[in-house]
Design a protein around this ligand. Sequence first.
Ligand code: PEP
Ligand code: MN
Length: 294
Amino acid sequence: MVNCAPQWNGQFSCFDLVAKLGGEDPTVIRINDVEIGGGEFVVMAGPCAVESERQLLETAESVAAAGARVLRGGAFKPRSSPYSFQGLGIEGLKLLRKAREVTGLAIVTEAMDPEDVPLIAEYADIMQVGTRSMENYALLEALGRCDRPVLLKRGMTATLVELLQSAQIIAMNGNPDIILCERGIRTFETATRNTLDISAVPVLKSVSRLPVIVDPSHAAGVRCLVPILARASVAVDADGLLVEVHPSPNQALSDGIQSLNFRDFHEMMRNLEPYVELREKSREHQLLATKGAD
Ligand code: PEP
Ligand code: MN
């Protein structure tokens, strides 16, 4: 853990419900037997969009077998182009529920409209706010009033202060269970879809009490970079990952280019194991050092 630099404190301490001011315990989000922010490295994986029962159930079973704890899948999709697949809507939510029944995986799915929040909360264990919605204040307020944890993605042009501002809005409206997600930001670089701001993870973990996960899929935009960015995320002590996986990425209705197939996802998970073990050891070490210092 990086020690908090004084200039960060000055910027972030006003977000009193989500900032680390000293003394408070880190936020641990519990969904059945999954704990996010509690030490376990939690992998959330699944298709960008729910497309069909077969696609979703096959993916759910495969990612669960590889060690994922949460199934992702968009039913309501925010698409930059009006001609792109917009998601299955409520049919997609029903399929997500079925996948949870079959595999026991918790479900994370996106809400775009404040009016949809109560409906989506009936099906989802975690409510996702996409990068395009980080500044949709009516949505943030509605999520503050809902009793499900929120996965808040960083806006593609948002600073970390602005990300925590949005988190504070959710918390002020009554919901402190927020997971922050770094998913890459827009920069002048065009080789990758976005630029993964890896330093966002240690900064956010220093100034905020919230869990922080990384989405290497939307950051990279190409599948070959996903495993190595996942590894970097473990190394900077992120609390988990959000990864896109599809049975046949080349046939995917959205984000196929950045989606892993089952074989590559399993290989990524296997290759992450020694890094995750190292992360656990280093956390134990730190805990002992903190106790010794008290
Ligand atoms: C997604 O998770 O599929 C998604 C649309 O992500 P983002 O909002 O980060 O683009
Ligand atoms: Mn996607």
